[in-house]
Design a protein around this ligand. Structure first.
Ligand code: SF4
Length: 186
């Protein structure tokens, strides 16, 4: 087709759209647009991990890799909507800037260093045990049992799921820590 035949006014005067409110007004670029989810071979439902609203998401994947994340119209919470953070959450999985190593900056250090997992876990365990021992309160001034530490607190993020929060509460309660909070309640 000659290029001038694609002009909107020509299509409006010669085609089936004399009022120019349908196909006559569509550009070639619009005709060529494809949904970003079109080539996905799987879609699973999830929940946005960024905040306490808990908007429903549909995660689209191809060959096992996440290709797009959209709002879930079936979610009674968000009814298909996502805020800019939730709309960009594909980057949470796929970004080249995502940290995949344990980074540590020691006291008075001026730079970050990488730690292996076993070393990092040992360091955390050593600190927890030392803090618990140093701040343990067995009873109050009148002898009433306390059996707690006020030296350890936890503030969880909304990216933690139910199961993780359950395990964290078990752990901190077993340690005697009573200051256990979550961003989702703030
Ligand atoms: S999409 Fe936005 S409002 Fe919804 S849960 Fe994610 S961060 Fe919160």
């Amino acid at each position: 087709m000659a290029e001038w035949l694609r002009w909107p006014v020509v299509r409006q005067l010669t085609g089936t759209d004399p009022l120019g409110r349908g196909p006559a007004a569509r550009s070639r670029r619009t005709d060529e647009l494809r949904a970003r989810t079109e080539d996905a071979d799987a879609v699973v439902r999830s929940v946005c991990p960024y905040c306490a609203v808990g908007c429903g998401q549909r995660v689209f994947a191809r060959d096992g890799a996440v290709t797009q994340i959209e709002g879930d119209p079936d979610s009674p919470i968000s009814r298909g909507r996502l805020c800019p953070k939730g709309s960009a959450s594909r980057e949470l999985v796929t970004s080249a800037l995502r940290q995949t190593k344990i980074r540590y900056r020691r006291p008075h250090g001026t730079g970050w260093e990488d730690l292996d997992l076993d070393t990092a876990l040992d360091m955390i365990a050593d600190r927890v045990l030392a803090t618990r021992a140093a701040t343990w309160q067995d009873a109050d001034a009148d002898g009433r049992p306390l059996r707690r530490t006020m030296g350890i607190a936890s503030l969880g993020g909304a990216t933690l799921d139910n199961e993780e929060n359950y395990l964290m509460k078990k752990l901190y309660t077993a340690l005697g820590a009573i200051q256990v909070e979550n961003q989702a309640r703030i």
